[in-house]
Design a protein around this ligand. Structure first.
Ligand SMILES: [Zn+2]
Ligand SMILES: [Zn+2]
Length: 224
């Protein structure tokens, strides 16, 4: 299995994957918290310029929050799905409607807060799936819409799926593994989950909460 680290930047889990040469960073965390990333790298004697590619699971503030600074400091190319470009270049994205009472409440509450971040231009945008073997990682980026239209998942060939906000498992958003509390389309979330399972996802690593096995959410898509 590829070696990776979990890097908590604010309340968001970001992930750092070892490539044949250098690293891939998945998500950049909450605006203003980038010192947590730089300190993490320093403690492991990793030069920020060793990061060769930054991928955003989607352009919400708690994922794209430090993308501008990360791009400036690492020189790494920034990859997003096409549907996230507009929000990324505006530095502002709306929180999707809530699924359920708690999500609905939180969505309305958050819509009153300033969730802006430094806008940034992506270098690579994708429309479908994207093979990472060219970057020295045995895995793929899969388009997994639902939470947002351009949400993606990084799926390693060994079955670990880094899903961003397609699923959530921990406070402050959820207490146990399940659907995201906000989503543009519940149906698409479920379809994306089916896609991940059919492509070999066995372990889910959400951006909010602890990792969990696919068996914890299989019932959502009718798998016994
Ligand atoms: Zn999100
Ligand atoms: Zn999030």
């Amino acid at each position: 299995m590829a070696r990776f680290y979990t890097v908590k930047v604010g309340f968001t889990n970001c992930f750092l994957f070892r490539l044949d040469e250098g690293y891939l960073l998945l998500d950049t965390g909450v605006p203003g918290k980038s010192d947590l990333l730089w300190n993490f790298l320093r403690e492991r004697s990793i030069d920020p310029r060793e990061i060769k590619l930054t991928v955003l699971t989607h352009a919400h503030f708690d994922h794209a929050g430090n993308a501008f600074e990360v791009k400036a400091r690492t020189g790494a190319e920034l990859l997003v799905h096409k549907c996230e470009i507009e929000g990324l270049m505006k530095g502002k994205t709306d929180i999707p409607p809530g699924l359920g009472t708690w999500g609905g409440f939180l969505s309305r509450f958050l819509s009153h807060l300033d969730m802006g971040f430094n806008p940034v231009d992506p270098d690579i945008y994708i429309e479908g799936d994207f093979d990472l073997s060219g970057f020295g990682l045995s895995g793929r980026i899969l388009h997994t819409p639902g939470h947002t239209a351009g949400s993606i998942t990084l799926l390693l060939d060994s079955g670990e799926a880094f899903v961003g906000d397609l699923l959530m498992s921990g406070p402050p958003l959820r207490l146990s593994p399940g659907l995201p509390i906000f989503a543009e389309s519940r149906e698409e979330v479920l379809n994306s989950l089916r896609k991940l399972r059919s492509m070999g996802a066995k372990m889910f690593y959400p951006a909010h909460g602890k990792p969990f096995p696919s068996s914890a959410v299989d019932h959502l898509i009718g798998v016994p």
